[in-house]
Design a protein around this ligand. Structure first.
Ligand SMILES: [Zn+2]
Length: 452
């Protein structure tokens, strides 16, 4: 064991845009109203999609007189957005400016829906998207002296493009670690002294595993002190976060992004209070009951609805994200920002929740418990139906150094912790043969619902 260990120190509090990030709430809301009115006017005058939606309910831009009036605007769903594009490819009537003004094209991976969602951005949009990342990166502690390593495949997927330009905007050095093996990425990030790595939680784990195989001890051998994680849950799940922080010897930050915005909407600041600040001078975020569609207040869990003030070429108003969140007031964090937060980041998807024999089960809650056990490598959740009863099985794959005699106790311990956190619900915890569970590279799918 080497004596030197990187100190995982908390940096001093810093604001990318001190004026708006600490703006008194009343003033911030006035700014939001002004930006909302401008975006509504722009969308109505220039996008056929929005003109159609406003006309359907008899709404005109001048009807938006207060922030509460946003509720007059019809919701936009992902399906509606996709249909608008597929009915007249490639962009349908979703654009609010001629496509020749665009400077960038991106799309979603298309795995969760039949077809990818396509996005065009003009110069101003693209500039805005990196600005959003600059808010988040700076708040977490990235500074001009940092070296940011981005191990992602630079392609049409929006992925980490925003981090690239956001970090560059701050003045940090950016190393594009695309198109090479994990092994050479690891060697490169160690050799070049990267201090920041931006990736998905799944790939952060995979890199750590590869490093172990190569005899690289990331916490000692690398200079990485910050992991910027986004695209899937992980950095917001306390035990997963702790495990990653330990193996990398770095602070792990959770960043809430989405393709429909083309960038991030919320970020974790250097205080790491367990919640993510919403970039409220650039978004108006609502939380609604996904069934009744009524607005919910602070401390109530519901669906996140996004309105962006920044994406002009493809305006997004009241977009139903399907993300499950709980909003808390700015004072929840001690950093001095006046931006409200999402406690625990994105808690899951509203359609993620599984009802097992009358008990609600979220895959992220199961992950939080499983990751408490360092002896477990991979895991899978499988739902089955036996007669009239639903069964939940968690398959766990122990790490290679776990002794045989520990295995029975390990599954009993995990089952007991899972039951305790789920009103006594019985979980079948089984040991999977080493090397049999799927290993994920970029994002993970660890739940199989075989009940249908
Ligand atoms: Zn904060």
């Amino acid at each position: 064991m080497r004596a030197f260990q990187k100190p995982a120190q908390k940096p001093a509090i810093g604001y990318w845009n001190p004026k708006t990030e600490t703006m008194p709430r009343e003033q911030l809301q006035m700014l939001q109203l002004r930006k909302l009115q401008a975006m509504v006017r722009w969308a109505y005058d220039n996008s056929k999609l929005w003109q159609r939606k406003f006309d359907q309910v008899g709404l005109e831009p001048q009807d938006i007189r207060s922030l509460d009036d946003i509720q007059l605007i019809p919701f936009l769903t992902k399906e509606e957005f996709l249909n608008a594009q597929t009915s007249s490819p490639p962009f349908g009537d979703t654009l609010a400016a001629p496509s020749e003004l665009a400077v960038c094209y991106h799309q979603t991976s298309g795995t969760s829906s039949r077809v990818p969602l396509r996005a065009l951005d003009g110069r101003k949009d693209w500039e805005w998207q990196s600005e959003m990342w600059a808010y988040g990166l700076y708040a977490f502690g990235v500074r001009p002296k940092d070296i940011c390593y981005l191990p992602f495949s630079y392609n049409v997927f929006i992925g980490f493009w925003g981090v690239h330009y956001g970090a560059e905007k701050i003045g940090a050095m950016v190393i594009p670690g695309g198109s090479q093996s994990s092994e050479s990425r690891l060697k490169q990030l160690v050799e070049l002294g990267a201090t920041v790595v931006a990736t998905t939680p799944t790939y952060a784990f995979r890199l750590a595993q590869y490093a172990e195989d190569l005899g690289i001890h990331l916490a000692h051998d690398s200079k990485v002190k910050m992991l910027i994680l986004t695209s899937e849950p992980g950095a917001n799940i306390p035990s997963t976060k702790r495990m990653l922080e330990e193996v990398w010897g770095a602070r792990v930050g959770d960043f809430v992004g989405m393709t429909e915005a083309g960038t991030i909407v919320a970020y974790e600041c250097s205080e790491q209070c367990g919640a993510a600040h919403i970039v409220e001078d650039h978004y108006y975020e609502e939380v609604i009951d996904p069934k009744t569609l009524k607005p919910l207040g602070y401390g109530q869990k519901g669906e996140r609805v996004m309105t962006s003030f920044g994406r002009g070429m493809m305006p997004v108003l009241r977009f139903r994200t399907g993300d499950l969140v709980e909003k808390v007031e700015a004072g929840y964090c001690s950093c001095g920002r006046t931006f409200d937060l999402y406690k625990g980041g994105v808690l899951g998807r509203t359609d993620d929740m599984k009802l097992i024999r009358g008990t609600n089960v979220y895959p992220s809650a199961v992950e939080n418990i499983v990751r408490e056990y360092k002896e477990i490598g991979e895991f899978q959740i499988v739902l089955t139906r036996e007669g009239y009863s639903d069964e939940i099985t968690v398959q766990i794959e122990p790490r290679s150094d776990v002794p045989e005699e520990r295995l029975d106790f390990l599954s009993l311990d995990v089952a007991s912790d899972l039951a305790e956190a789920h009103e006594g619900l019985r979980f079948n915890v089984v040991i999977a043969e080493r090397g049999t569970l799927p290993k994920f590279e970029v994002t993970s799918v660890r739940l199989q619902d075989l009940r249908i």
